[in-house]
Design a binder for this molecule. Structure first.
Ligand code: BG6
Ligand code: MG
Length: 227
């Protein structure tokens, strides 16, 4: 078989696991990423709006900075300094995250999944994912946490989700990926996963929802099975 995208017509198996993106799906750290980049952009006199930020969802720190620069040429040392500044500003926001910071519907969905015996994984591009999950008090709940250190090729490459599925011991056809980012939906679809997209940027997912508040997990899985 050729490398590349798995045809979505491929046979789908019963779902054995759920893989969640973190930022913008489990908790609204997307806002903190924006505020931290905005601080760097303001300091350096770079134009950067909330709308610009929407296109950065799911992208690695480096790719985000390159997009923010909009083609402006900057030497490697400066790139490293700006990325370090952004991360310092971002880390300062993490103290605001607590178990109360879960997005609507997430707690119930995770409980239902656990009760149903599904495996649970995180597939996040962030190098700070472990810390965020620690602040949320969710560390014990997830069987596998894949973060920005696990693979070389970041989303939209499928590598991270494939890595998480492998660590969970399931095939992509047995997993559902939850994503809020266009790059994340693309990554999951290229890996042969069914996808649930949350929010405006993830409308190309197999099943699109405005939030995780509804429908209940059983109905979500039923709807995915019939798409
Ligand atoms: C993703 C976010 O989860 O992680 C992106 O959606 C972010 O906005 C990326 O750039 C990398 O995060 P970090 O914490 O490694 O800078
Ligand atoms: Mg996200």
């Amino acid at each position: 078989m050729m490398c590349g995208a798995v045809p979505m017509g491929a046979i789908m198996d019963a779902v054995r696991g759920l893989i969640f993106d973190l930022d913008g799906v489990i908790t609204d750290t997307a806002e903190y990423h924006y505020l931290a980049w905005k601080q760097v952009a303001d300091e350096e006199g770079l134009p950067f709006t909330r709308e610009d930020n929407e296109a950065l969802r799911g992208l690695s720190r480096r790719e985000s900075l390159l997009r923010l620069l909009k083609g402006r040429s900057v030497d490697e040392a400066t790139l490293q300094i700006w990325m370090a500044h952004k991360n310092t500003y971002y880390l300062a926001y993490l103290d605001e995250i607590s178990p109360a910071s879960l997005l609507p519907g997430v707690a119930v969905l995770l409980e239902d999944a656990k009760r149903a015996g599904l495996k649970l994984g995180i597939g996040s591009s962030s190098k700070n994912a472990q810390q965020v999950i620690q602040h949320l008090g969710l560390k014990a709940l997830f069987d596998v946490i894949g973060d920005g250190y696990c693979v070389v090729n970041a989303k939209p490459a499928p590598d991270l989700f494939l890595w998480v599925a492998g660590a969970l011991g399931i095939f992509p056809t047995q997993a559902v990926v939850f994503e809020d980012a266009e790059a994340g939906v693309e990554a999951a679809q290229r890996g042969g996963f069914r996808t649930v997209g949350i929010g405006a940027a993830a409308q190309r997912a197999t099943l699109w929802l405005p939030s995780l508040q509804a429908p209940p997990l059983a109905e979500m899985l039923q709807r995915l099975a019939t798409v």
